[in-house]
Design a protein around this ligand. Structure first.
Ligand code: PRX
Length: 645
């Protein structure tokens, strides 16, 4: 932890939307008079029927969360149509291809036409308001068109990251009963092709609800098309009108479902609605990144994750911003790519993940220094705790010591940023997400549910709602209540641990449940375990995280084989490939240790605490092992632990 304080640069504070004095005043007001505060900020959207009711929330009993709930609006119209008069010819999306020679600017006017066409195509395919549409696309403009087209006609989108396997895609298609899938022939990342349509075909075998598949041509490689089900986007769209009237939606109608991993069971469909979500993402995008007219804003997240929803697409477009969408990866064609893109498009606000910073930091300063980055003003970090060393490098080398860094803490469930510095208002401490955003009330609780005050450490909860909060788990409200509101009754429980220092700054310490954060991607240990035990040679598996220099956390799997099976190097590789196939490459175990037995309590519960310590090479601090059914297994695991390198 670093206790260095980086004051707000004066030049930033002078022009910022929020400075130190206004932060304190507005924060106080947002807690004292949440209705008044949000009534005012709800006005930043264009309402078809203006709301009169602001907030109706209970974190107790059945849990209900409603914001602006008698108002109606359309999200796509708020992100596009209302900007046309003033910004029709302004670039809405800068698309930068995987190949550095490929890029394209899409104006608000063009975006309007493209989204209208895609919306009309969805309608032609029989998609209606309330239907679920799954989007399995690479980072191409059509991904943005597809999301906005759904919003335009009131269909609920579920974006599935292109790196997920056919099985993972099938599970997500089935869970929400999608009737339509939008995919591409192939994706292109770092010069490598990703067989999206082939994966989709595999998934579709198990997904009978899907009646129609729209295929975008990206690479042109030959793929199978099923007559009567699959249509080519480039053949059908030009036949249709670019004009599609936006559907009038209630503020609490669903906008999207996004699947995310938890500590148990299969991924949950996090449901977000229209009005509160858009008001919150748009306000936070403006204040947290201090977005100003003329800025070029780049969030490197994939649209398959919540960051890509809230801060690549919806927040920026609601603000009439120019947002950059990048198809590629940070190290292709070389390690200078991010910084070259910044120079090429004069990016002023840059938002990325600590894992990317750590990977690039390893390559030294030279790839950064050979670019100018003179356009940069604000830097952002998201997805996992940023270690002070990476923060300091990001600040000094990338930002030339002049750009404030906003370390933004939030989650798929929160819809938008909750704890973060505001660049003109809050001095930064490397590694700390600093202070709550307006209307956000973080509380730290001990294991008995007691609220802790002052400088302390505990489980991070929120005492009240904010408009961007998820409303339910799609199709399973009970699971929503149990996951987020049962541990600490009356509070939303984030699943994160957190420390608050004497200055009231928050320091996220990581998950306190069985969720891993690998390269900023959330993985449930239970999901990886069930993939492993599905292999015919595996009897049992336990998965834990361990500290990893680049990824933040690596995946460490303890595997017990069926009697008679021989542990070999071959089998180890086979299991890694198996998990990749079952879930996707992001879930590949980094290390697999053969475990003749797992440490269990007498009631059969696996003691993960011990497994985590062994994986972290902290075997001298295993704690009490006397309650184990067979304490001897621990010695074997310690003796044979894998070298983390
Ligand atoms: O553990 C926290 C970590 O990422 C989790 C949320 O993951 P996900 O829903 O995939 O959303 C990621 C993008 C918002 C959190 O529970 N996390 C996210 N941001 C930070 C963070 N941990 C520390 N610092 C952050 N800035």
């Amino acid at each position: 932890m670093s206790d260095q304080l980086f004051p707000v640069p004066e030049a930033i504070a002078a022009k910022a939307w929020v400075n130190e004095a206004t932060y304190n005043a507005q924060y106080d007001r947002s807690l004292k008079d949440p209705e008044g505060f949000w009534r005012e900020h709800g006005q930043r959207l264009d309402w078809i029927k203006p709301f009169t009711k602001v907030k109706d929330v209970s974190f107790k009993g059945d849990v209900h969360i409603r914001w602006f709930y008698d108002g109606t609006l359309n999200v796509a119209a708020n992100c596009i149509d209302r900007h046309l008069e003033k910004r029709g010819n302004q670039t809405a999306i800068i698309w930068e291809g995987d190949d550095p020679n490929e890029s394209r600017n899409i104006t608000y006017k063009e975006l309007h036409g493209e989204v209208g066409r895609m919306a009309n195509l969805l309608k032609a395919q029989g998609v209606k308001k309330g239907d679920r549409v799954t989007i399995y696309l690479p980072m191409i403009p059509e991904a943005a068109y597809a999301m906005l087209a759904c919003a335009r006609i009131g269909a609920i989108h579920s974006v599935v990251f292109g790196g997920f396997s056919p099985d993972s895609l099938a599970n997500r298609l089935q869970d929400c009963g999608s009737t339509c899938l939008i995919t591409a022939d192939e994706g292109l990342r770092g010069g490598k092709k990703v067989p999206l349509k082939k994966n989709a075909d595999e998934a579709l075998k198990a997904s009978p609800s899907v009646k129609s598949v729209i295929v975008v041509k990206r690479t042109g490689s030959p793929i199978a098309m099923e007559a009567g089900r699959d249509v080519w986007y480039h053949e059908e769209a030009p036949k249709l009108s670019t004009d599609c009237p936006p559907e009038e939606m209630n503020a609490e109608d669903p906008l999207f479902i996004l699947y995310t991993s938890g500590s148990t069971g299969k991924p949950k469909g996090v449901l977000h609605t229209t009005g509160g979500y858009l008001a919150y993402t748009s306000l936070t995008h403006q204040y947290v990144f201090d977005y100003q007219e003329g800025d070029v804003y780049w969030c490197t997240a994939d649209v398959g994750w919540v960051t890509g929803h809230s801060y690549l697409l919806y927040g920026p477009l609601a603000n009439g911003a120019t947002t950059l969408m990048f198809e590629g990866v940070p190290n292709y064609p070389d390690n200078s790519r991010f910084w070259q893109v910044i120079d090429k498009h004069k990016v002023s606000i840059f938002y990325t993940a600590p894992t990317a910073i750590r990977a690039l930091m390893r390559e030294g300063e030279e790839p950064v220094k050979k670019t100018s980055r003179a356009s940069l003003r604000i830097l952002g970090s998201v997805g996992e705790p940023i270690n002070p060393e990476a923060w300091l490098w990001y600040h000094r080398v990338v930002g030339n010591s002049k750009c404030p860094i906003v370390d933004t803490w939030w989650q798929t469930e929160t819809g938008g940023i909750l704890i973060t510095p505001l660049p003109g208002a809050i001095a930064a401490k490397p590694g700390s997400a600093t202070k709550p955003f307006f209307g956000v009330q973080p509380v730290l609780l001990d294991n008995d549910g007691k609220v802790l005050s002052g400088a302390t450490e505990g489980s991070l909860c929120l005492a009240d709602s904010w408009p961007g909060q998820m409303r339910t788990v799609y199709g399973d409200h009970q699971r929503f209540i149990e996951t987020y509101f049962a541990t600490f009754p009356g509070y939303y429980f984030s699943g994160d641990g957190c420390r608050r220092d004497e200055d009231g700054y928050y320091w996220i310490t990581g998950r306190v449940d069985d969720v891993l954060n690998v390269s900023g991607h959330r993985m449930g240990t239970a999901e990886i375990e069930s993939a492993l035990v599905a292999h015919p040679k595996v009897a049992e598996a336990a998965v834990v995280g361990y500290p990893h220099d680049i990824k933040g956390q690596g995946i460490y799997a303890y595997v017990t084989l069926n009697a008679g099976e021989t542990p070999t190097e071959e089998l180890r590789k086979e299991l890694v490939a198996w998990v990749r196939k079952e879930i996707g490459p992001i879930a590949s175990p980094d290390l697999i240790q053969w475990a003749p037995g797992l440490p269990k309590t007498r009631s059969g519960k696996i003691m993960r605490r011990i497994l985590r310590k062994i994986a972290a090479n902290e075997h001298n601090a295993l704690g009490d092992t006397s309650t184990l059914a067979d304490p001897a297994v621990v010695g074997d695991l310690v003796d044979n632990r894998m070298n983390r390198g």
